[in-house]
Design a protein around this ligand. Sequence first.
Ligand SMILES: Nc1ncnc2c1ncn2[C@@H]1O[C@H](COP(=O)(O)OP(=O)(O)OP(=O)(O)O)[C@@H](O)[C@H]1O
Length: 747
Amino acid sequence: MDSSASGIVRAKSEQLEAATVMSLSRTASAEAITIPEINISSGLSLPTKPPSGGKKLVGTSPGRKSSNHHVRKSRSAQLKLDLEDVSSGAALSRASSASLGFSFGFTGFTIPLEDTIAGLRSSSDDENAVDLETGEKKKRMILEPTLPIYLKFSEVKYKVILKGVTRSTEKDILNGITGSASPGEVLALMGPSGSGKTTLLSLLGGRINGSTVEGLITYNDESYTKSLKRRIGFVTQDDVLFAHLTVRETLTYSALLRLPNSMSKQQKEERATNVIHELGLDRCQDTMIGGSFVRGVSGGERKRVCIGSEIIINPSLLFLDEPTSGLDSTTALRIIQVLHDIAEAGKTVITTIHQPSSRLFHKFDKLILLGKGSMLYFGKASEAVVYFQSIGCSPLIAMNPAEFLLDLANGIINDVSVPSELDDKVQTEKLGSDTKSDKPTPKDVHEYLVEAYETRVADREKKRLLMPIPIADDLKAKVLSPNREWGASWRQQYSILFWRGLKERRHDYMSWMRITQVITTAIILGLLWWQSDSNTVKGLQDQAGLLFFIAVFWGFLPVFTAIFTFPQERAMLNKERAVDMYRLSAYFMARTTSDLPLDLFLPIIFLLIVYFMAGLRQSPEPFFLSMLTLFLSIVAAQGLGLAIGATLMDIKKATTVASVTVMTFMLAGGFFVKKVPVFISWIRYMSFNYHTYRLLLKVQYGHVPPYLNINHLDNGVKEVGVMIAMVIGYRLLAYSSLRWMNTTKGA
Ligand SMILES: Nc1ncnc2c1ncn2[C@@H]1O[C@H](COP(=O)(O)OP(=O)(O)OP(=O)(O)O)[C@@H](O)[C@H]1O
């Protein structure tokens, strides 16, 4: 047997082991809940869904002929294992290691990227899978190995402190939530609006921390570390995407920034293409995402793009906040099917869901039902109804299970039988009160359900969670790595973000409104000061007025353009920084420099028009020096706008502060008032209008005529020095504000 053939055999046999761990993890999860009265799950059982069964987006793993064989083998292997085998940890640990040596496609195990891959690919009869939607053959997605992550959480409590005018109050959001999710499973968090689903999801995803969080959340029995960010995908409820990028551009930039440096640019782009195929986005790949003012892709497609941006990194843990809200049931089912397939590929998937249809509901492996921040149920989704029946709550009419559970969580029991315990309690309470009705109130129902869960299930679950994860120490250690890893180098991040910024704002750059505004102003100024004469006192005073206006105009415009920069991108910045997509410094530099080309192009047109129409000093030197002075003024003013925007992060507040500031700077600029009281005269040194005006005067006239009543002007170096200090200082302030915002968010 040659080496490549032996590689294939080795890889295939390990693949079988890996398939076995998937079955095992499902089996382990299948025993999640055992209720004293009725045995909801019976220890080791067959997985609720076969590892490669069900409808898939694409066909199965390489060597489809052998895939059934694998499944059969893994199932029979699984049947042979008894409970000791599972809990001894050896089997899981071994199989987990094997799974690490393998890559997962969404639809099953695939081959490792290295060594044996070439041989296997050529021998595979299923390299191209069939898209269920179009029926077309397409290349299968190949992902690098995934670290299986077991998520456990015990007694998780969370409260917020609400600051009132006179005193602060505490509000309990979560009251001791316990549960777990294993690789290969989809755990759904369900409950009425405001029950704490998003909060729990954020806590589990490491997005909320602080002193108001209690309880234990572990990942392979280890606490959260920042290195986990690269193994976690988090799809937020709001689809935060750039409106003017296409679907392909969005996913490609995500791949370029987030995938490890060890992959080439081409491989990263290929990954983006694969994700597009996997999520059925081929038809809209060149369509803009769109937003409030731009028509773009549909809601379902947007959601899939968001999911794609997260699964592109091949995460071990995938969190999704209401991925189906606002979608029709078919699109919702399709998205849940995608999640199902992702889980089958060895990931742990946790999703919040509002009101799933029954078809959707049956796609979940495990379920947590929350009511007012308390646990009402944790266990297999398929057994939730049986559990509630066991505690005396049964639907009286045929109902979607999700609807039944949500009614219970809301305390609505119109079409639900009431347990005798609850009835007795209501009757007893009624005796002592005139107002109490016969029917249990939502509060009564909630208390009964919480108590039932506490007494019948909670302790058992908590004990179960204390058992260590049967996984090898070296795999656990991978979760522990304290180092942050960046997908791309600083230089690459800068360049990707720079070009992404240019693409996203290409429409702004070509904004005819802005160009027209500048050209029209220039022409009006040119006409008003048409061929002005600087040889007379009146003419010179007029020209000085023009120069001051130019200084003010190119001070105002950049400030009011720049204040929007960071507040507008705040959501995106938070989202991307939360997953360590790039360094803040790379983003800051890229964001502030990608606007410069247009910001420096417009004043050239402006000055060309005004300068010659108004008849300013006609020689190249003063023209270019005036141009440089304007550039300096623009970059300094931009810095002020960026600093105000980044510090306040609120467009309304920023606009108010900016207007007061620029007005003060304008008045202190030295044109309107020459004799300023000493105690406030320092203010002019902070005004870029003042320095720009003085430089423009110097460039035009060499010296300043005494009747202009301007302080002594030397060679202008001082003014240039102060402006350069402003360029740097304001930007440093803006950067520090962004960093502070980021730190306080705990990202
Ligand atoms: N920082 C906070 N300050 C005040 N209240 C908060 C805060 N965070 C969460 N809450 C409150 O906690 C409760 C749970 O919020 P959460 O967003 O987790 O609910 P949810 O179940 O996801 O709701 P929905 O389905 O409507 O999204 C709500 O009543 C919410 O108002």
